[in-house]
Design a protein around this ligand. Sequence first.
Ligand code: HEC
Length: 107
Amino acid sequence: MKKHFLAPFVAALVLAINAHAADPETIARGQKAEARSCIPCHGLMIIHTNRLSRAAWNRELDKMANWGGKSPDRDALLEYLVTNFGDDKPVAKPILTGDGTGQPAKQ
Ligand code: HEC
């Protein structure tokens, strides 16, 4: 009986979490945060070729913050990363350099 009583609340909570993740305004803010906070040290390629869970992106942001890449809009940035480069997305194509420069090979 108790389980049935809680079911609508659990469903509402799940919906609320999903709605938050899909908010396009937050995602757009996160992308701006990435442009401000992440490219001083490296290109976007090293970020966008990853497919990570929310927990792993969270750790990634902590790691970068410890190195000096702290974003003032961290929450929006996390949503942007999870939405676009989450582990539910198809694996990114490998970018082959062929010469160790870190730059994509000319096609
Ligand atoms: C202060 C310099 C610096 C800033 C700012 C920075 N990074 Fe990094 N990042 C690095 C370095 C150095 C590496 C490569 C070292 C390594 O492989 O651990 C790296 C590697 C990465 C990687 C590859 C996986 C890994 O951990 O090595 C990801 C993903 C990443 N950064 C994401 C980000 C994001 C997202 C931001 C913006 C919040 C950001 N970085 C800002 C220095 C920085």
